[in-house]
Design a protein around this ligand. Sequence first.
Ligand SMILES: *[C@@H]1O[C@H](CO)[C@@H](O)[C@H](O)[C@H]1NC(C)=O
Ligand SMILES: *[C@@H]1O[C@H](CO)[C@@H](O)[C@H](O)[C@H]1NC(C)=O
Ligand SMILES: *[C@@H]1O[C@H](CO)[C@@H](O)[C@H](O)[C@H]1NC(C)=O
Ligand SMILES: *[C@@H]1O[C@H](CO)[C@@H](O)[C@H](O)[C@H]1NC(C)=O
Ligand SMILES: *[C@@H]1O[C@H](CO)[C@@H](O)[C@H](O)[C@H]1NC(C)=O
Ligand SMILES: *[C@@H]1O[C@H](CO)[C@@H](O)[C@H](O)[C@H]1NC(C)=O
Ligand SMILES: *[C@@H]1O[C@H](CO)[C@@H](O)[C@H](O)[C@H]1NC(C)=O
Ligand SMILES: *[C@@H]1O[C@H](CO)[C@@H](O)[C@H](O)[C@H]1NC(C)=O
Length: 805
Amino acid sequence: MEFTCMSIIIVLLSLALSFGFSSSEVITLRKGSSLSVEKPEHDFLVSSNRNFSAGFYAVGNNAYSFAVWFNPNNGQTSRERTVVWMANRDNPVNGKRSKLFLFKTGNLILTDAGKFTVWATNTDSLSNPQLLLQDTGNLVLRNSEGVVLWQSFDFPTDTLLPQQHLTRITKLISSRTRNNHSSGFYQLFFDDDNLLKLLYNGPDVSSVYWPDPWLVSWEAGRSTFNNSRVAVLDSLGNLTSSDDFSSMAYDYGRVIQRRLKLDYDGNIRLYSRENGGEEWVVSWQAKSQPCRVHGICGANSTCNYDPSSVTGRKCYCLPGYRLKNQTDWSYGCEPNFEMTCNRSETGFLKLRHVEFYGYDYNFLKNITLEKCKNECLQLCNCKAFQYTFRSDEGFSYCYYKTLLLNGYRSPSYEGDTYIKLPKIILSSIKKSVEETNSACAKGVTIVLERAYTKGNGNSLVTSLLWFVSAIGGFEIACILLVWFFLFRTQPKSVKDPEGYHLTATGFRKFSYSELKEATQRFSQEIGRGGGGIVYKGVLLDKRVAAIKRLDEANQGEGEFLAEVSIIGRLNHMNLIEMWGYCVEGKHRLLVYEYMENGSLSENLLRNSLNWVQRLKIALGTAKGLAYLHEECLEWILHCDIKPQNILLDSNHQPKVADFGLSKLLNRNDLNNSSISRIRGTRGYMAPEWIFNSPITSKVDVYSFGIVVLEILTGKSPTTVIQTIDDGVEVQNRRLVTWVRETKSRGTAEASWVKQIIDPVMEGNYDVGKMETLAGVALQCVEEEKDARPTMRQVVEMLQNHEIDY
Ligand SMILES: *[C@@H]1O[C@H](CO)[C@@H](O)[C@H](O)[C@H]1NC(C)=O
Ligand SMILES: *[C@@H]1O[C@H](CO)[C@@H](O)[C@H](O)[C@H]1NC(C)=O
Ligand SMILES: *[C@@H]1O[C@H](CO)[C@@H](O)[C@H](O)[C@H]1NC(C)=O
Ligand SMILES: *[C@@H]1O[C@H](CO)[C@@H](O)[C@H](O)[C@H]1NC(C)=O
Ligand SMILES: *[C@@H]1O[C@H](CO)[C@@H](O)[C@H](O)[C@H]1NC(C)=O
Ligand SMILES: *[C@@H]1O[C@H](CO)[C@@H](O)[C@H](O)[C@H]1NC(C)=O
Ligand SMILES: *[C@@H]1O[C@H](CO)[C@@H](O)[C@H](O)[C@H]1NC(C)=O
Ligand SMILES: *[C@@H]1O[C@H](CO)[C@@H](O)[C@H](O)[C@H]1NC(C)=O
């Protein structure tokens, strides 16, 4: 009697120990036992380091999948779980009587509602099988001898954990949508040529989009020779593959939580989370341009780069087409019209800077636009054609399209697409398109009335309407209306629900101590102005960075993040790249790429630029600014264009720096009725600043014009130039006046340009091209803002005169 009593106590004690006193979580699942869906809060496996759990995870209403997830750090149970694996992503089970059951025979099965088997490992072993979750996140079924019968690492879903191998027989498949975990259209896999690729495998078509499909393997830095086909992420953050691909996390070298995920938007991202932290940050991603992922907007649509949206892009149906499924862009758009093959009833609509990648029916070189059009008209199947001028070859290409897929629009794409539409549709569309475009073409992009400070939604809508109808006369600040519209009213939309900051490649948050270390306690100052001091620094991954420490830190963290994440998404070869930021307490820092060759102003002082380089710098700067102002996409005014803010890379390609800073610095001034008018630098500021008139993108055009005059003459706008009028009187002139007067005195024989050009060039330049450039610069510095061209027009004028190298 005593003996049995004792043994019952022992049994009870050991039970209590094995399940733990605090909760009923399980470390191993033994043969003959099960986990039930009905107690998802209690019935789950935990890894011994407690970083991972495996159990039933709700994927919908009364729908569950058996999953492995990262536990929230610090017991923050409220936060969403980060799922890394699923057994039955495509067949969720019922919330009643569903079970994961381990048979004595070694088979692990998942039953739906106690009846159907929806998933099984089909393993068998008689020697004491058990299921456990390893510290790596690997769910392992093994026998008492330690032989692995089955492991989740061999059957990945959309995530690869450190040390997990992606092999020739496994692949990652994205989720269908953000909230639907079933298999989607994107895959990461090893192709038959041994290369690791990203594939869009849609319902109708499929295509590879990473590495860039127009590159051959070695151009993409890959090798097709190694047949082992394996990719692995190590715990320090190095992702390597047998085809020679390798990439490092921006926070490489530290042992923190990491995962590589093929996201539902078709991009692979490496995420990391500080030990004890709650937020995942992107430390690397494969595609920096979200619109370059195939299939993202579906057929008959274009993907527009849109830095103000969380995903960085926005889909639009082609004119004349309508969205097929209101909730899902991947179905694309369908025509709103009946297409006829009668040539006299069809015409074309030009879409600027739009490309449809792939699916060319044919292409013709060196033919005129007219001929290209006619060929497409002849072909009943031709839905559109793409017409691209290739400046390297000196003639145009014409591509015929029978399918309109992978459409995207980007100001940096220098071709146009002409879509075929019935003439009736065309006449109605053309009108509306022209109306929208003209608002941009006039350069009236940024207007903001003072009333915004009252900050209610309706007045913002009204100001947007005012803006569209292009009525000026308001007090206008150097600010982007869209920013306010999107972020001031709903600042939360910046943060992706998955808890990371989604932006261009590597754009990330730095800690203050990290930047302090990188700059060796802010010891090497390389510049000043624009609201802060710039230091040189070396990041953990050895990249050299320019780190700007902003003076004022009176801006809230949320607002700062909203703005910085937009600036971080701007992506153009003539804009300096922002790698990240730091916001901690009062500290606000920005991290940029570092330019070895310094600023334009230093180079001008050093007399180190020849005339070809000077032209290149003028054109590149114009392109960068045109992109910032571009066509209702990026409404950002720079407001402080000057040679100190134009940096040069090793090829003397210019990169505009310090854009968007007006937003980061002047927030507080805006609350005063006198909107800050102290932007800009003496000598480069447009008359509007002084005369209290509306500030538009034309202020940047003016400053650009001054910079070009400085490039040409080598003279700063603040120097006083002495001229001798009529051979007697000595006059003091400002730069602009001097150039203008010299031009008006010019004659056909002796070009006026020769009198203004920087003497250090000693006559070594192309007079014609310099004259064009000077002419454009003079238009840019017109006193009357409407007389100045837009930056896009400047680029076109310079390109038409072949000032393009
Ligand atoms: C998820 O997507 C799949 C495939 O499109 C669909 O069959 C399923 O019904 C969706 N699930 C939910 C919960 O919407
Ligand atoms: C990452 O892995 C690749 C390939 O194994 C290697 O060449 C590279 O040196 C590694 N990088 C670091 C920082 O260890
Ligand atoms: C092929 O790739 C594997 C894995 O990266 C590597 O271990 C092996 O050395 C490579 N083989 C050759 C011949 O380079
Ligand atoms: C588990 O998480 C803790 C705390 O976040 C961390 O210190 C530890 O390194 C993690 N272990 C592994 C194997 O990831
Ligand atoms: C749109 O797609 C959703 C999810 O894929 C689907 O449930 C819905 O029925 C579709 N709607 C239409 C009108 O096709
Ligand atoms: C796209 O438009 C074409 C007509 O231009 C139409 O035939 C096709 O069905 C559309 N694609 C989809 C997915 O609706
Ligand atoms: C094409 O359209 C024109 C004008 O609508 C009409 O006169 C002509 O008969 C049509 N041709 C054919 C082959 O249908
Ligand atoms: C392009 O066409 C023009 C006129 O048809 C011709 O003069 C020129 O040689 C062509 N260029 C090339 C590179 O074929």
